[in-house]
Each structure stands twice: as structure tokens, then as C-alpha cells.
Design a protein. Sequence first.
Lengths: 280, 225, 208
Amino acid sequence: MNIWQRLAGLHRQWIFILVWIAVIFPLIVPATFEISTTPEVKALYDAVEALPDSSVVMLTFDLYPNALAETEPMTRAALHHLFRNNHKVVTVTTIPLGGPSVAERVTRELAAEYGKVYGTDFVNLGYKPNYVSVLKGMGSSIESIYPADNSGTPLGRLPLMTTVKNYADIAFIFVVTDNGIIDFWISIVNAQFGKPVGAGVTSVMAPKQYAYIGSGQLTGMLGGMKGAAEYEQLVGKPALAVTGMGIQSLVHFLLIGLIVVGNLGFFMNRRSQAKKGGGA
Amino acid sequence: MRTLLPLAIAFISGLIMVIAFFINPEQKTVGTISQDLLIWSSIIGGFTFLLGAISITRVNWKQVSMRKPGWGYNLLTVLAVFVMAVPALWPAAWLPSGWERLAGRNAGSIYDWLFLYTATPMSQTMFAILAFYIASAAYRAFRARSTEATLLLLTASMVMLWRVPMGEAFLLFISPDLPGVINTYIMGGISLSVQRGIIIGAALGAATMSLRILLGIERTYMGRS
Amino acid sequence: MEIFQIWVMAFFTLAIFSFLYADNPVFKFAEHIFAGITAGYYVALYLDTVVKQQLWQPLTQDFNSNWLLIFPGILGLLMFARLYPRFSWLARIGLAFVMGTTAGVFLMSELHGNVLGQMAGTMQIQQTGGEPNYVLTILIIIGLISTLIYFYFSKEHVGALGATAKLGIWFIMISFGAHFGYTVMARISLLIGRVYFLWTDWIGSFIT
């Protein structure tokens, strides 16, 4: 086996080891980087900044636990932003697995930091099945879809929900999601009820959202951990996403290096085989 | 009857929702009926998920009762279902004083604890290991064999550099306008147009499928007769 | 976070990571526990949020105003007929209701929100930094048309149609390349989350 064949045919366990090293090394030798802000993130930040005082914002936890590394930093930064600006927060989720629990945990933790009171400053409505029914139904009456909050307290007993009857009482919808539900927030809620929607999405989904940003259907977007890092920086609460950028940088360079090495091995091997074949 | 009744129900319920789209939701009759249909749909949808969860338990219990190979693992699954569901549904009033927090679904309950400290890390890790496979796949399969493949590779590499601070610094070193060009013309131009085409195509497909369901042409959701 | 909880999380994290080396009993153990806990999560969630909050409480607290909820309750219960082959056809009724309602909403929302919305967006002059960008606008129009033509398979891709479809392929390859770059980032981010936990919380618990 010549050097080019070896380069093009490394065993995958070696690849795994290299990835482990690239992820662990920046944790041992941490480095901070300046993170530039993209226009999409700035647009979302500015949209929230422009909201009048004590606006009601619907923050959605439409996320599964598997992508929490990307989505939880977004929800935390969003709550810092919203609570700091004295907005009221109503959280909902259309995802059964994890959404209600994560929403409960994160909102209560951040609310305690800002001295916010449950029922007056924030409410967790939890989950109801069939997202089409939920998204469309809340346009007429939130209480008909959610007779009680996530803990089972009737909405009539929550002071905030006595003033929030449907989308007309909500100033902005901040969707944090790791699945295609954002399409329905846009096609049902934004298109039919005219509500401004901003989104925090995982990196896998981010390229598609540019189409919605371009058409004005989406106000702004946080794309993956980078988007979360930018937002954390703008809000002034750097956390996991900002820390993760250093690790992300090294692994991306590793992957590009592997692609280059793999292609180099492939082409040089192909050339040497062509020469052998030509010589025979 | 077995086919006609469901088809008629699908048609009528769908037609009401289509008509409701064109009518002001404040309008009493259509507004109330369409809102009720949405609530009913939410309730029935919940039973569908319940059916799925019960099916999983049933399938695993069958493996255990028939002592199939690996039945021990299936028993674990069944036990986990009960350990999770029973405390969540147990009335807190039936527990001794001081233990009420363990019941229900709120923070501090057994339900919440198990989900947060066992299911969540497992779920996150299952997706985290994909990073290794994507690295291995990128190394093995990404070859610039053709013009199209080369375009894909070059764009992927540029975007991967652009999305990280170190990479962006490298791109700025090549040209100060390069990150802006990638954002504006690649993501906000070429990629946007393709994604828009896919969105429009998929939306037309979804609308077509919806119409087929309403008209009873598409019946696969009913299963075999 | 308490030490015991950290160790439980670390155990299950490492159990799943062990699959990278090979399938093994520890991974299988964790995998089956995960399946059971997830199913149990759903059972409790739906019994609480749907059966209790949306059906039982409205019917028992104010039957006169909510008696109509009996119907979705019956249709929902009929879903369980699927478990018995002889009566499985009864489940179709509830399913047809959900499918019909959803299809009715989708039909309009997809056409209105996605088709018309995206077409309207294409007809606007794109802005960059507040200034009109005609190059970008033309790029988007060309890209959209060539992509849609590429995916049109009812006619053979020859002549002008073929050339446009070829252009469409190049646009699509660039878009997929960008998508791949983002996907790589997504997967790495998830790995970062897990390794960060193991390093700071789990290994950190040995040191502190």
C-alpha cells in the first residue's frame, strides 16, 4: 500500500480519535475569539429591542432534548433579553418530548434571576397535541386550546392570561425549534394572523430560513450554535455557545483538512494507477 | 360504510376548515364550529400518541412473555414505562406528607428527574455521536469527481470556514469582503433561491396531497381494508 | 447539580458513546431504558394534558357548556380499536377527522403562506444594508426558476429546458454544499454540548 492509498484509506477509528482530540484540546487550552454579528441575528435582536415596554412575547420551546446544545443557549439568551427588557413571556411547545420540561426548568431558573413572578410576568402553557390545531386555534382563543397551564392551573387564575386571549394580544413570537414546525408558525401564524415571527433554529435548518427572511416572513434568525453565540454576545450574557465557538473552529479545520487529505490521496492514487496502466 | 363514513367525515371537517379560512374568525357560526373542530382534533390526536406508547409497551411485553432472545432488555423497557408513568399520574394527596413533590410532572418529581437525568443525556449523546460519523463520511465519500461535486465541496468548505471565528479570520485575511459575499450572495442569494424553489415545490405537493385527502382520493391513512 | 445526578448523566452519556467502539450490553441496557422512559413520558403527558385537562375536567366541572366534548372522547377511545384486528376499522373515524381537519388547514396555509408568500418575496427588489441590490434580485430569480425547472420531470430536459436545468443543478449543488457545511456544524455542536458536560461537570466533580 503506497502513501496515497494510506492517506485515502485511514481506518475510521483514527478519524474518531482525531475528532475527540479536536474537541477536548480547546477545553484544556481554552481560547476566546471575537464573534462577528450577522445581519439575521442583529435583525432579531433589534426587533426585540424595539418592542414597547411590558409587551407580551410568546417564546416557544419547540425542541427535542437531542439538540439542546444548540437550542438551550438560544432560549436562555432570549429569556435574559426579554426579562431584562421587562417583557411578559408566555411559553408554549408543540413538541411533546422534552419541550414542556425544558421550558419549565429554564424559565423558572432565569425568572428567579430577574425576580419575575409566575402567573404575572411569565406563564408556561405546556403542550397540547396536533400542532396545526394549536397554532390555528390560538388565533381565536388560547384558553380553548389550553384550558390550563403546564401544571394544571386554569388560565383564569393566572393574571397574565386574563389579558392575553389570542395572538392579537401578543406583540412578538420567538420560535426556538429544532424541527420543521417553524414552517407552520410562518405559514399559519405569520401569514394568516400577521404576527411578527423570529426564529432560533439548529444549523441543519438555518439555510432554509434565509428564504423566509428574504421574503420578510421571518424577522430574524439565530442559526445554530454560532447564532446563539452572537445573540449571547449581543445580550451581554456569554455562555456555552460562546465557549463552544473555539472548539467548533478547531473541528471545522480538522474536517476540511480530512477532506483535503482524502481528495489528495484519491487523486494522486488515481494518477499513479493511470501511469502504471499507461506504462503496461 | 367502513370506508364511506371516514371519507365523508374527512371531507366535511376539511371543507369547514377551508371555508373558515375565508371567513372572519369573529363570525359566530363558522368561527365557533371551526374552533371546536380544532379542539376536537387536538384531543383525538392525543389519543393517537397514547396508542403509540401503549403499542410499544405491548410489543415489548410480548417479547418478554414469549422469552424471545434478549427478553431481559424488553423487560427493562416495560419496567421503565411504568416507573416513569405511574408516579406522574399518582395523586399527590395519596402520598405521605413531605413526599408530595415526587408525584406529578412538575420540577422535582420522579417523572421530571428521570427525564432530565437519564433520557435527556442519552438523547443528546445519540445525536452527538453523529459528529464522528459525519467526519468519517466526509473523509471517505467527499471526492471532487465532477464539476458538480467540486462546487458542492468548495461551497461546503467556505461555509464551514465562515461559520467559525477562526475560519472567518482566515477568510478576512484572503479578502475583507469575503464573509459578506458568502452571507449575501451564497446564503442569501444562491442558497436562498434553491431553498425557495424547494419550499414552493413542497408546498404545492402538500396542498395537492391535502386536496387528495379531502376528496377521498388518498386513503392510505386508513390502512388496509 | 448534585454529584449523584452528574454521575447518572455521565453513566448514560458514556454508555451511548460506547457504541462508537462496538455494540455492547451497556449500550443495549441504556438504549432500552431510553425507549421505556420515552414511552412512559408520552403516556403520562397525554393522560394528563389531554384526557384530564381537555376532557375530564371540562366535562365534570361544567357539563352543560362542554357536553359536545363527549364526541372527541369517543372518537379518541375508538383509536384503541386498532389493537384488535376485527374492530380496527373503527379507528378510521377518528383518524379521518384529524386528517380532514389538518388537510383543510394545510391546503390553505401552504398555498397562502408558502407559495404566495415566497412568490411575493421573489418579486421584491432585494435590499443589502438598506440599499437596493439588483444583482442579488436577478440572481435569486434565475436561481428560483432554474431550480423549479430542474425538478420538473414531466418533460425531457433537452434544448433550452435542459440548459436551464443544468444551471439549476449548479445552483442546487452550491446550496447543498452550504447545507452540508451547516449540517456539519450542527452535529459538532451537539458533540460539544456532551463533551463540555463531561469535562466541566463530571470530571470537574472529581477535582472539586
